[in-house]
Structure formats: structure tokens, C-alpha cells
Design a protein around this ligand. Structure first.
Ligand code: C2E
Ligand code: MG
Ligand code: MG
Ligand code: MG
Length: 313
């Protein structure tokens, strides 16, 4: 986990660097306060059905095509179908801290349970206020799955915030499944029975088998960014991406490609039949106000934003 997130991680916080005990204690105390004092914030990253693989024009009513979506073929545009909520820590002295720098510690100490509940509530409340009934995807950690009453807690948050269950997608990693298969099955089935959607996150980086994928009640598979980013450079990565797309088709699951950064990656994915994408090409994670404004008004704001991001980079 630490190695995977290393690129986004502020050095002083990198758990792989084996923080001194005192420093860890300090961080833990800080994080505990952060949850209580509302120092956590959510950013939202768009999940897009790209122009080229969206429903054929004939199947859409005129109003359904968002402004700015070009019907003639692939471009870094598309229809936003949802947003993934990603937590950040607005630290009083260290600035905006990315999740890779504190989630692992939160997981080890159990703080992730309180943190995860904060995230879920904040994400559902935000989504309930959106101008369009899009999906919100929320990451749940292995520790959260050790709570037997997790489904009831989630249900309580949905009713408290007024979000319809079918607008929530829970993202779990393979670790959640592997830890305790029987419990994961019970919890996921129950969440699913409420109408909540389930996605397998970072697929391909863990150890779950194809049998697992088939046995559990998943709606979607997210292909990990490490494969998507290598599509053009490593033939093996392209082979894996193609195989996961085939697997998704056979099992009747949506497949979401993570970390799409280039037009070439997008074109490859569209050609291979990938229906949903997420990545800097379409938009970086952004504060809630930005995406709320985007939905209320102009349809192509995400694209304009990603253009700006790219020019800045
Ligand atoms: P994830 O769930 O796989 O989320 C995707 C990560 O990839 C996000 O990093 C996102 O900013 C980044 N990303 C998206 N598109 C691109 C791209 O085109 N290029 C590159 N280079 N990166 C891209 P972020 O926000 O730093 O989150 C990292 C991880 O932290 C997440 O990975 C997730 O595992 C975890 N995380 C974030 N929020 C939460 C949370 O609320 N609860 C839990 N348990 N984990 C969380
Ligand atoms: Mg995720
Ligand atoms: Mg992911
Ligand atoms: Mg990932």
C-alpha cells in the first residue's frame, strides 16, 4: 500500500519510511483531533463515460447529450456518471495532506473506522444536494468491514442524509475480501440487498482469484492505474487490461479504468470496449463546491478544468 501510494505522499508522512515511534504517536494524536475538529475534507473526481463509447446517439433523447460532447469520436469528453469521494486532511501546519500519508496509520490504529464514517456521511450529504442524481463512490477500508453492524451504519447514514441507496457505490479492495471471506460475503450481500452498489477497487494488484470475483456480489471492477498507465509502454499491461475487460463482459460487470491520463490510453480503452473511465484526462479530484457548480451549470466544465490542469503541468 505504502509503495503504491508513494508517488502522492508527502515524505515526512510516508509510512514506508518507518516513522519514529514518537512521530507516529504525534501523527495519531493529530489525526484523532482532525476527525473531531472537522479538518478532513473530501475532494471529488469525475467518473466519465467517454464520448466514443457512450450510448449511440440514436438511443439518446436530444437533451441527454451533454453540452460539449462531440458525437464524432473519441476526445477527452464524455458524460459524467458519478464522482469518487477522496479524503484529504487540511492540516493546520502541513497543508493539504493526501490520504496515502495517513490512511495506513488510521487503518493500523483503528481510527479509520471513525474516519470512514465521517467520509461516508460527508459524501452522502454532498451527493444528496447535487443538481443531478449521479453516483457517489466511497472507499471502505478492511477495518470497517470488521464491524458486524457496518450495513446498518451505512443504512442509517443514507436515511439521515436522504441519499437513495442506488446512488452509493462502495469501493473495496481485494484485501477486504481476503481478510475474512465469510464475513466480507455476509456484509457485502447485505449492503447489496439495500440497493447499494459494490465495486472491486484497484483490481489486479491483490491476490483475489477469478472465483472470488465471480462469487461476490460486485457491480463493477476498477482496473488499477498501474496497468492503465503502462498500456502504451508495456505490452503485458495492455494484455492484462484487455483480459480484465473481457472478464467484466463475461461476468456482466461494469469495468472502470482508473488513472487515465492520455488520449492514447483513452483510445485504447474505448477500442477495447471500456465503458467508464476516471483520471486526470477527464478531471482531477476537486473540492465539493467546484463540482456542485459544474453540475448545476455548464456540462463541459470538467473538460475545461482538465485542459487547464494539463496546461499547468
Ligand atoms: P483509489 O481509491 O484507487 O483512488 C484513486 C487515486 O488515484 C486517488 O488518489 C486519485 O487522486 C488518483 N488518481 C486518479 N486519477 C489519476 C490520474 O490520472 N493519475 C494519477 N497519477 N493519479 C490519479 P488519492 O486521492 O491520493 O487517494 C489514494 C488512495 O487513498 C485511494 O486510492 C484510496 O485507496 C485511499 N483513500 C482515499 N480516500 C479514502 C477514504 O475516504 N477512505 C479510505 N479507506 N481510503 C481512502
Ligand atoms: Mg477508490
Ligand atoms: Mg482505485
Ligand atoms: Mg488505485
Amino acid at each position: 500500500y505504502a509503495a503504491k501510494e508513494g508517488r502522492n505522499t508527502a515524505r515526512a508522512f510516508d509510512p514506508a519510511m518507518d516513522l519514529a515511534l514518537a512521530e507516529r504517536r504525534q501523527l495519531e494524536a493529530d489525526l484523532r483531533r482532525a476527525i473531531a475538529r472537522d479538518e478532513l475534507v473530501l475532494h471529488f473526481q469525475p467518473q466519465v463515460r467517454p464520448g466514443g463509447s457512450a450510448k449511440p446517439a440514436g438511443e439518446r433523447s436530444a437533451g441527454e447529450r451533454p453540452a460539449g460532447e462531440r458525437p464524432e469520436g473519441p476526445s477527452a469528453e464524455g458524460r459524467i456518471v458519478g464522482f469518487e469521494a477522496l479524503v484529504r486532511w487540511r492540516h493546520p501546519t502541513r497543508g493539504l495532506v493526501p490520504p496515502g500519508a495517513f490512511i495506513p496509520l488510521a487503518e493500523q490504529t483503528g481510527l479509520v473506522v471513525a474516519l470512514g464514517e465521517w467520509v461516508l456521511r460527508a459524501a452522502c450529504r454532498e451527493a444528496a444536494g447535487w443538481a443531478r442524481p449521479l453516483t457517489v463512490a466511497v472507499n471502505l477500508s478492511p477495518r470497517q468491514f470488521q464491524q458486524v453492524d457496518l450495513p446498518e451504519r451505512v443504512l442509517a447514514i443514507l436515511s439521515e442524509t436522504g441519499l437513495s441507496p442506488d446512488r452509493l457505490e462502495i469501493e473495496v479492495t481485494e484485501t477486504v475480501i481476503i481478510n475474512d471471506m465469510a464475513r466480507a460475503m455476509t456484509v457485502l450481500r447485505r449492503l447489496k440487498s439495500f440497493g447499494i452498489r459494490i465495486a472491486m477497487d484497484d483490481f489486479g494488484t491483490g491476490y483475489s482469484s477469478l472465483a472470488t470475483l465471480q462469487a461476490f456480489p460486485f457491480d463493477a471492477i476498477k482496473i488499477d492505474r498501474s496497468f492503465v498507465s503502462q498500456i502504451e509502454r508495456r505490452p503485458a499491461a495492455a494484455v492484462i487490461v484487455r483480459a480484465v475487460l473481457g472478464l467484466g463482459r463475461s461476468l456482466g460487470l461494469r469495468v472502470v479504468a482508473e488513472g487515465v491520463e492520455t488520449e492514447d490510453q483513452m483510445r485504447f480503452l474505448i477500442a477495447e470496449g471500456c465503458g467508464e473511465m476516471q483520471g486526470y484526462l477527464f478531471g482531477k479530484p476537486q473540492p465539493a463546491e467546484r463540482i456542485a457548480g459544474m453540475m448545476a451549470g455548464e456540462g463541459s466544465a470538467v473538460v475545461e478544468q482538465s485542459e487547464r490542469d494539463r496546461r499547468r503541468a
